[in-house]
Design a protein around this ligand. Structure first.
Ligand SMILES: C[S@@+](CC[C@H](N)C(=O)[O-])C[C@H]1O[C@@H](n2cnc3c(N)ncnc32)[C@H](O)[C@@H]1O
Length: 397
């Protein structure tokens, strides 16, 4: 595909996403319908779409319209590329620019240049303080790809050598060498021997650092209460937990977990809702709750435009209810680890403060904020010990 044809495909996909379609599903639909597109084309179109969504507000200003055409035109102007080299340039190109499009567009205002929704700016300002500007700028860029060395199968050196044999170059994190940043070859990971043999897992840096902050788990009985695809459950098993139980209110989310666990050599037992294995208490309960995702918006760039005030309020309620349910499964003296991939105080610090206020036996022992400047993505961890789970609890409303 020519660059113009790729731009035309991106415009069509963007228009569907802006109309409310999920980004990944639209990209997949286009791939399936475009047999002529090679893997390089698919990757390039994906990058065009995701880059445009990450900078939607500023590109819409530059391109003169919040549409697929406007965003791609804005992106060309932003990079100093002559739009006429793409629009109207060849048989599969987007149609030639109109006079109004050529004359339209302007520099984004300071607020538009943050590429964040207006309604969230005060809340992000309150949560991030003076870091907001730098965090917003980082979230306009692509996120690096990180791998976690699976301690059950390999040392960092083993993993680096195996990845190298498949042409994948990585750089270990200076403080946590099991976290490997991919410098080259990220599109080869899924087919690499290191990945297929379970030596490495795809996991962003911040959740890796959060699980590392939980310390040695040797001998511990752990429950991953919101296991989803199992990223945290696998990390807990690799960190030495003697037993890991994985639960999710939507058990279909855990469908891939048995295969992932088997590849990783991890012993993880699934506990769907209602399972009697949940009727006991654990040394460690992880609650990696549903959240705004505001910490990982550069990986899910449509997420920041999808979130609404009502949905955020609903998530905050759900999180409080999950915390209360998860707390019941912590043994006296055990730990509850609350995690979000959010950067919003309401979902993080305020949520934990409210939990501790209604749970007299809870004492916070650790709190960590990660953001795209120090850990590639925004993430929150709070660890609370529960001295007596039978203490009277004021349930979350
Ligand atoms: C952020 S995702 C978990 C991601 C997962 N831990 C991982 O590392 O891949 C949140 C999960 O919480 C689940 N969930 C939502 N409400 C729940 C509830 N009341 N109890 C348990 N799980 C719930 C969702 O189905 C979703 O899979």
């Amino acid at each position: 595909m020519t660059p113009s044809a790729r731009a035309d495909a991106a415009i069509t996909i963007l228009d569907r996403i802006l109309a409310g379609a999920p980004a990944e599903a639209e990209l997949l639909r286009w791939s399936r319908a475009s047999r002529f597109a090679g893997s390089g084309d698919r990757a390039a179109v994906r990058d065009l779409v995701f880059d445009a969504l990450r900078r939607r507000r500023s590109l819409a200003a530059l391109g003169g319209a919040d549409t697929g055409r406007g965003l791609i035109l804005g992106a060309l102007r932003d990079s100093g590329t002559d739009p006429a080299s793409v629009f109207g340039a060849g048989p599969h190109a987007p149609r030639v620019l109109t006079g109004a499009e050529t004359a339209g567009g302007r520099q984004p205002t300071e607020v538009e240049a943050t590429d964040l929704p207006d309604w969230l700016l005060p809340e992000l300002q309150d949560s991030l303080g003076p870091r907001l500007g730098a965090v917003a700028a980082a979230m306009r860029e692509r996120a690096p790809v990180w791998l976690r060395v699976n301690r059950l199968r390999a040392t960092p050196d083993d993993a680096i050598t195996a990845l190298g044999a498949d042409g994948i170059t990585v750089v270990p994190h200076p403080d946590w060498p099991e976290a490997l940043e991919v410098a080259e070859g990220n599109r080869r990971i899924a087919h690499s021997k290191a990945y297929l043999d379970g030596l490495v897992e795809l996991q962003d840096l911040s959740p890796q650092l959060a699980v590392a902050a939980l310390g040695d788990m040797s001998g511990q009985q752990a429950l991953d209460f919101c296991a989803g695809g199992g990223g945290k459950a696998l990390a807990l098993a690799a960190a030495g937990a003697a037993r890991v139980l994985a639960h999710d209110a939507n058990p279909r989310r855990m469908a891939d977990l048995p295969a992932r666990a088997s590849r990783a050599g991890a012993r993880i037992t699934l506990a769907p809702p209602g399972s009697t294995t949940l009727d006991r208490q654990f040394d460690l309960v992880v609650a990696d709750v549903p959240c705004s995702g505001s910490g990982s918006w550069r990986r899910d760039p449509a997420g920041r435009w999808r979130l609404t005030p009502d949905r955020l309020a609903e998530l905050v309620k759900i999180q409080a209810q999950i915390l209360d349910q998860a707390a019941l499964r912590v043994r006296p003296g055990g730990r509850l680890a609350y995690m979000t991939c959010s950067q919003l105080r309401r979902e993080n610090d305020d949520q934990i403060a409210a939990f501790c206020a209604r749970h007299p036996a809870a004492h916070e022992v650790l709190r960590r904020h990660f953001d795209p400047l120090n850990a590639s993505d925004g993430f929150f961890l709070s660890v609370v010990t529960l001295s007596d789970v039978n203490a009277p609890l004021t349930p979350a409303s």
